[in-house]
Design a protein around this ligand. Structure first.
Ligand code: HEM
Length: 485
């Protein structure tokens, strides 16, 4: 159908465009929002921070729920009774999408700042540091991305599902997780998954089986509140333990697929910049205390205050490497900000790259990696601060679907990076200076870009940390590290 004059102006394209391509096209227009017609579909691409905020605010008119249902149906084996619960209740009922919204609030309430979050932080850091026990002062070679990823997956599974989680018991499941993630776009087509995405399909099946055994065996008594709340949400809706939908692999995926590359890039951006590396070691030494001969305590409780450069470097890494696309469906014809008509059933995309890499928002050095950028934020004029924080920087999305794991991800990534930078040395395998690995454009299902290939490094424990046990203080965290202004 032709565009209504009130709809956002049209931008080319007859072919399906995904992920980074939409981001790139959005650079070619000065419009705050434009329309792309792809076959008979409409996609509205939003470029302005103000309109992104308006989209996030109006959770009734612009919803992720239909996408959630569609993807879940394709990706997971969900029994008929559960599917019925998941489907929207008749219009006009108090909560059309009760199943989804109950799960969402179960997750986000367990992840707000407080004792539950601190407990998860503790579990993750204790586990990650215990996995480093075999790294001695003798150099050994590792592939950095997969090395970080494997340890991180185990630590994250421990924090979420507790010490009896299936991943810590069987590390071969970690490769299954990576295979599943790599094939997730193909798998969500739901066409002969065992043929078109054999590895991913097998990976998903092994993960499903392992988590099924975990639930049936009742191993969740020491799981986090995040998992306990999810279980309670299922039970409250009449889904018994033996019928919990087989999407736990996807939850572990959500907990690792962005955090692992974010941690990897944080380490890389620090290793390539010797002065930054030295400055951060200095900063981190202020939160590192030796207790007796055998223990080192890392106080990660207020990193935004105690380690502002470290925190700022992490946020700049997110600005630089995050390419979240943000999808919503228009639920009813809606006039956005009294100006733009958005038609029912169209898709809305809010590519973060357009705003994270914007001259108007970040100034002339927008394309330079500046680890101090987020430290200097408060010295910026008020209107610049407003632009940057109100819709200009959205690595964790926003609105109803604002990433529930954002506090945990921040705490876990900063905590693990603090251990690695304080206690270990990383050098290039060939003995030269550490070179920045290439970055992939963007995966469909990921929000943080992956490296184009892994990098081999030599790792060794620093002499003064030989035979040391790490302990952690994990307080509530500060607004500065959690980007809560
Ligand atoms: C650096 C790490 C992470 C980044 C950049 C990230 C980013 C995001 C983004 C952009 C969204 C979509 C928001 C939207 O549509 O508006 C999202 C959703 C989600 N994230 Fe994260 N995330 C990270 C880590 C985590 C962790 C550690 C967990 C869990 C342990 C997690 C669990 C989830 C879940 C369950 C959703 C779906 C929420 C919903 O549909 O309501 N994420 N994340």
């Amino acid at each position: 159908a032709p565009l209504d004059p009130q709809e956002p102006p049209s931008a080319f394209s007859k072919i399906p465009l995904i992920g980074h391509l939409i981001g790139i096209i959005s650079y070619r227009t000065q419009w705050p929002i434009f329309t792309m017609s792809v076959f008979s579909w409409r996609i509205y691409v939003v470029t302005s921070p103000e309109l992104v905020q308006a989209i996030h605010r109006n959770t009734k008119a612009f919803s992720f729920d239909p996408i959630f249902i569609n993807v879940s149906q394709r990706l997971f084996k969900i029994d008929k009774a559960t599917l019925k619960l998941m489907m929207p209740h008749p219009q006009g009922s108090p909560n059309e999408y009760e199943y989804i919204h109950s799960l969402e609030s179960a997750m986000s309430s367990a992840m707000i700042r407080g004792p539950n979050l601190e407990n998860m932080k503790h579990q993750a850091l204790d586990r990650f540091s215990s996995l480093l026990e075999n790294i001695s002062a003798e150099e050994q070679s590792v592939k950095l991305f997969s090395w970080i990823g494997d340890h991180f997956a185990d630590a994250t599974a421990t924090a979420l599902w507790g010490p009896d989680n299936p991943i810590s018991k069987d590390h071969s499941l970690i490769q299954n997780l990576w295979d599943f993630q790599a094939d997730i776009s193909l798998l969500s087509l739901a066409i002969f998954p065992s043929i078109i995405a054999r590895k991913g399909h097998e990976g998903q099946q092994r993960l499903d089986k392992a988590f099924q055994n975990y639930y049936l065996g009742g191993h969740f008594t020491k799981a986090s509140s995040f998992i306990q709340n999810r279980i309670n949400s299922y039970l409250a809706q009449g889904i018994s333990i033996d019928r919990i939908p087989n999407c736990e692999g996807a939850i572990l995926g959500a907990g690792t697929m962005n955090s692992v590359p974010a941690l990897f890039w944080l380490i890389c951006f620090i290793l390539v910049d010797e002065r930054l590396h030295v400055a951060l070691r200095e900063e981190l030494s202020s939160i590192t205390t030796k207790i007796g001969a055998q223990t080192v305590c890392l106080n990660t409780s207020e990193l935004g205050r105690t380690c502002p450069l470290f925190t700022s470097t992490f946020h700049e890494v997110l600005r630089f490497t995050n390419a979240e696309v943000g999808n919503r469906i228009v639920m009813e014809d809606t006039l956005l900000e009294g100006r733009w008509l958005l038609k029912k059933d169209a898709v809305i995309q809010t590519p973060s790259i357009r705003r994270h890499m914007s001259r108007e928002i970040w100034g002339p050095d927008f394309a330079t990696f500046n680890p101090r950028r987020f430290m200097d934020r408060k010295s910026q004029p008020k209107d610049v601060q407003k632009k940057q924080w109100q819709g200009g920087f959205t690595p964790f999305g926003g609105g109803r679907n604002f990433c529930p794991g954002r506090h945990f991800a921040t705490a876990e990534i900063l905590g693990v990076a603090a251990i690695l930078l304080t206690g270990f040395e990383f050098t290039s395998k060939d003995g030269g200076v550490f070179k920045m690995p290439g970055m992939c454009k963007q995966g469909m299902a990921q929000q943080v870009k992956q490296p184009s290939k892994d990098v081999e490094v030599l790792i060794k424990r620093r002499r003064e940390f030989e035979g040391i046990k790490w302990t952690f203080e994990v307080g509530p965290g500060t607004d500065a590290e959690y980007l809560a202004y």
